[in-house]
Design a protein around this ligand. Structure first.
Ligand SMILES: Nc1ncnc2c1ncn2[C@@H]1O[C@H](COP(=O)(O)OP(=O)(O)OP(=O)(O)O)[C@@H](O)[C@H]1O
Ligand SMILES: [Mg+2]
Length: 364
């Protein structure tokens, strides 16, 4: 479903302008992220889609239909809404929470619970959590339940207001990956609000950068916003690391891994004046054996220097460069989808590919 903001303004009573003449279109089946500093009007913009806030001027259209002409209750049943801290009902079980909207929509109890059970699986939670209460879950699990609840009636549109900002960074990355995966599978139209530019460029097909006063500063793909900020405000907001972040969007075509010497855990490695990569039975990397080191008998993990980050073949150049820079051998380990070693890349090698790239970050 396409969402269009057409000249939308919101002026709260007695207050300043929260959203000022905003126009943008969120294409069907894509994810747009509203990002900007506190108070810039992100939440207000989001809530004008499901009529929790009514615009003072302009209109919001869903597939060309003005939301003002849709009954609010009906409208909201077709729009999943996820907020920070998940906003779960504390006295309902996990399954009860997820089944809320289907029950309101007139599903039978049994159908609603079956649907809730399926959704637990969709968001990566084990079935046995279904009978717990929200307070018996971790923050990350609660957010997953919040997402499941929003998906329960299979709405074409999802609105997400800082859903992951209260969970720790590691859990947050996991939730982001799952949302990207979910989006690929389910093809919802999603508007996601955050004040974190990293989260915005990671998740968004498009990013809308807003500034205080409720003005849309720039709307484009993450790569456009990072590479060509329209003004100093956007440049400042996307930050000083934007060149490095921009690498996330350069494909690794042309990056050919080189062979490297490997030794198997459990084998007798002899000596070498080069770094050698230790691998397990499935050819997965376990660490590095230092040049000149000697091992009595069979090689064990205790003989190894821990490796750096791994680079999964075919993903962005940012990961490739990071793998090379974080490796004790200065050789970034490239793995396939199963995690087996394909070869190695040096940082020089990655930089050569970047510099040859037609869309190189430095080019204008
Ligand atoms: N109900 C309200 N009445 C009056 N002013 C409001 C109301 N809700 C929000 N505002 C004001 O509108 C502006 C935009 O608020 P909004 O909540 O949309 O910002 P935000 O970008 O979501 O901020 P944050 O990142 O802090 O959540 C702010 O100046 C806020 O004080
Ligand atoms: Mg907000």
């Amino acid at each position: 479903m396409t969402i269009e903001f057409r000249g939308v303004t919101k002026r709260y009573e007695g207050g300043a302008v929260a959203v000022d003449d905003m126009s943008l279109t969120v294409p069907d089946g894509s994810m747009t992220v509203f990002v900007g500093p506190s108070g810039c009007g992100k939440t207000t913009s989001l809530r004008m889609v499901n009529r929790m806030v009514e615009p003072t001027d302009g209109e919001v259209l869903l597939d060309g239909r003005n939301v003002r002409d849709i009954d609010p209750a009906e409208l909201r049943r077709g729009i999943g809404y996820v907020i920070q801290h998940a906003g779960l009902f504390p006295h309902r079980t996990v399954l009860g929470n997820i089944a809320t909207v289907p029950l309101l929509s007139g599903w039978s109890r049994r159908a609603a619970r079956r649907r809730a059970g399926e959704l637990l699986d969709t968001v990566g939670l084990p079935a046995e959590l279904g009978s717990r209460y929200p307070a018996q879950l971790s923050g990350g699990q609660q957010q997953r339940v919040g997402v499941a609840r929003a998906l329960a009636a299979d709405p074409p549109v999802l609105l997400m207001d800082e859903p992951f900002s209260a969970v720790d960074p590691v859990v947050r990355e996991g939730l982001q990956d799952e949302l990207i995966d979910l989006q690929r599978r389910l093809g919802k139209t999603i508007v996601f609000v955050t004040h974190d530019i990293d989260e915005a460029v990671r998740l968004g097909d498009r990013v809308a950068v807003m500034r205080v006063g409720g003005r849309l500063a720039q709307y484009g793909t993450p790569s456009e916003v990072l590479r060509h900020p329209v003004d100093d405000f956007v440049a400042g907001f996307v930050g000083k690391d934007r060149g490095y972040r921009g690498l996330s969007f350069l494909s690794a075509d042309g990056l050919e891994p080189e062979e490297t010497a490997t030794v198997a855990i459990g084998s007798s490695p002899g000596t070498s004046d080069r770094w050698r990569l230790a691998v397990d039975d499935d050819h997965r990397p376990r660490g590095w054996l230092e040049p000149g080191s000697t091992v009595d008998g069979a090689l064990t993990e205790a003989d190894l220097v821990a490796g750096g980050s791994l680079y999964r073949r075919g993903t962005s150049l940012r990961g490739a460069l990071d793998a090379a820079l974080s490796s004790p051998a200065s050789l970034g380990v490239v793995v396939d989808d199963a995690g087996a070693v394909v070869g190695v890349v040096t940082s020089r090698h990655v930089l050569d590919v970047i510099e040859r790239h037609p869309e190189s970050v430095g080019a204008t």
